[in-house]
Design a binder for this molecule. Sequence first.
Ligand SMILES: CC(C)(COP(=O)(O)OP(=O)(O)OC[C@H]1O[C@@H](n2cnc3c(N)ncnc32)[C@H](O)[C@@H]1OP(=O)(O)O)[C@@H](O)C(=O)NCCC(=O)NCCS
Length: 129
Amino acid sequence: MEKVKTAEASKTQQVHIVFTEDINGIGRLFGGRLVEWMDILAAVVARRHSECEVTTVSIDKVDFAAPAMLNDTVLLEGMLESVGNTSMRVNITAYVEKLNGERIMINSAKFVMVAMDEKGVPTRVPRLY
Ligand SMILES: CC(C)(COP(=O)(O)OP(=O)(O)OC[C@H]1O[C@@H](n2cnc3c(N)ncnc32)[C@H](O)[C@@H]1OP(=O)(O)O)[C@@H](O)C(=O)NCCC(=O)NCCS
């Protein structure tokens, strides 16, 4: 019988403080750095679901809704949306978290991750409950 797991089981959060090396020429968090953080988070969600090594095959609909600035706390949340045979679609949402706990959504994107066996061949992932 095929393994079945919930999206809740692989849900993952990641937190950063924006440092000077993360800033672009106009004083905002560099978009490429944010996408790097999001990609790592998507990989961890996909690893937790598949229990395999994974690779990113597609990043879809990356929307930069608002900037993050130097010294901001950036919170990222990743959750599985759906699975195919070997692929997993992971939603990532990024927020600036203010000192009072208020969250401002700054980015959302959909990552498609593929599970691979030890030879790098795509391998079937657990069904989503
Ligand atoms: C990911 C990779 C192993 C897939 O190999 P492949 O021979 O294309 O395998 P398949 O055609 O069987 O595709 C595997 C799954 O990925 C999905 N997929 C492939 N390309 C996709 C794309 N552009 N967008 C969304 N899904 C895609 C397929 O639909 C399939 O899903 P399913 O098994 O759930 O139906 C291969 O494309 C690869 O190594 N790509 C480079 C990945 C990489 O290096 N990423 C790091 C970024 S630099």
